[in-house]
Design a protein around this ligand. Structure first.
Ligand code: ZN
Ligand code: ZN
Length: 150
């Protein structure tokens, strides 16, 4: 475990090893914009078995663009969004990159939902851009790695 993060008040924290990170992405979907109060969410994909959390987030559940139930976890005390997952794919955790103590090592692979990006927070065109979701089900490799924990 060489990385750690926490919510603003510290009630919820987590640890993982950066070598277990599957990938990281900016999501410009309107749900992430509302949830974060910003132009995008920056999320780290990691297998559930490779992250240790302490504290109990409260979850807000909503159907995502392809009908799956997205559960966004936040601290009930300070409101920080910490992590989320899809109810149908609970082995894959999406950690909010801004909650890391040190994220200087992080490399972002692609942008999701560039079609709804705000003109005041335009997608980084130097990395891969998807108009919508790259479709988790088409991304068999990521799902397989999240199940096996690599
Ligand atoms: Zn908190
Ligand atoms: Zn999103």
């Amino acid at each position: 475990m060489n990385q750690s993060g926490r919510c603003l008040c510290g009630d919820i924290s987590y640890q993982f090893n950066s070598s277990n990170v599957l990938s990281a992405h900016h999501c410009h979907c309107t749900d992430c914009q509302k949830s974060n109060g910003s132009g995008k969410a920056t999320i780290i994909y990691i297998s559930k078995r490779n992250i240790i959390t302490s504290g109990k987030p409260k979850y807000f559940e909503q159907r995502g663009s392809i009908g799956l139930r997205v559960r966004r976890g936040f601290c009930r005390n300070c409101g920080s969004g910490i992590l989320s997952y899809i109810r149908e794919l609970p082995m894959l955790i999406f950690v909010k990159a801004g909650t890391l103590e040190d994220s200087s090592w992080l490399e972002i692979e692609s942008n999701f939902f560039v079609r709804s990006a705000k003109q005041w927070d335009l997608p980084d065109k130097s990395i891969k851009c998807f108009r919508k979701n790259p479709s988790l089900f088409s991304n068999i490799k990521t799902i397989y790695r999240s199940i096996t924990g690599r």
